[in-house]
Design a protein around this ligand. Structure first.
Ligand SMILES: Nc1ncnc2c1ncn2[C@@H]1O[C@H](COP(=O)(O)OP(=O)(O)OP(=O)(O)O)[C@@H](O)[C@H]1O
Length: 191
């Protein structure tokens, strides 16, 4: 394959196993993949380096960037903005690495709209019951958060057949089988 590697975008409901698949890819292909540096308006903590841990930005500059459509995703958390810029994803590709992104469906739509070269893969659970089991089994969320994530999951799942959005949908039933399918789908980017 000629040219820079495409971004590898992984979407799907919370608890489906996106992080698990990405960790496996990172362990096996650490030199082929990279991660974008997020922007934030919060203050740097001790030891955090601008451009490495985050791009630390002024609120008005980041708001301006968001308004101009320079971010593929952003969120306001406790009064600070966090986001992933199109440029930070492109810079990973310029280094010759596939930028791995774990984003929601809305973020995937932005990737398409921005025409970022990307393989976008939707990871679906074998069933909603299994999704709930995994979310609970992970033991990282309060009951309130589990219920919120399950509600959001319905919206995410509804988008899985959206025209032109995903390059592939994989069902994460057996982890090793899913990982094998995932690698096949992104083989050109990690070659
Ligand atoms: N194929 C699988 N079979 C059984 N359990 C799995 C499988 N894949 C992942 N898990 C488990 O399900 C839980 C959720 O996985 P993970 O944290 O990777 O999900 P996620 O999609 O990244 O969630 P979030 O979007 O909330 O970060 C974890 O405990 C993980 O070990």
């Amino acid at each position: 394959m000629g040219g820079a590697p495409k971004a590898i975008v992984v979407a799907g409901p919370s608890g489906v196993g996106k992080g698990t698949l990405i960790e496996k890819l990172k362990a096996e292909y650490s030199e082929k993949i990279g991660f974008s540096v997020s922007h934030t308006t919060r203050q740097p903590r001790a030891g955090e380096i601008n451009g490495i841990h985050y791009h630390f930005a002024k609120k008005e500059d980041m708001k301006d960037g968001i308004d101009k459509g320079l971010f593929i995703e952003w969120a306001e958390v406790h009064g600070n903005y966090y986001g992933t810029s199109k440029e930070s994803v492109e810079s990973v590709a310029k280094d010759g690495k596939a930028c791995v992104l774990d984003i929601d469906v809305q973020g995937c739509r932005s990737v398409r709209k921005a025409e970022l070269p990307a393989k976008i893969i939707f990871v679906a659970p074998p069933s909603m019951e299994e999704l709930e089991k995994r979310l609970r089994g992970r033991g990282t969320e309060t009951e309130e958060k589990i219920l919120k994530r399950l509600k959001n999951a319905e919206g995410e799942m509804a988008a899985r057949n959206e025209a032109g959005l995903f390059d592939a949908v994989i069902v994460n039933d057996d982890l090793e089988e899913t990982y094998a399918s995932f690698k096949t789908l992104v083989k050109d980017e990690i070659a």
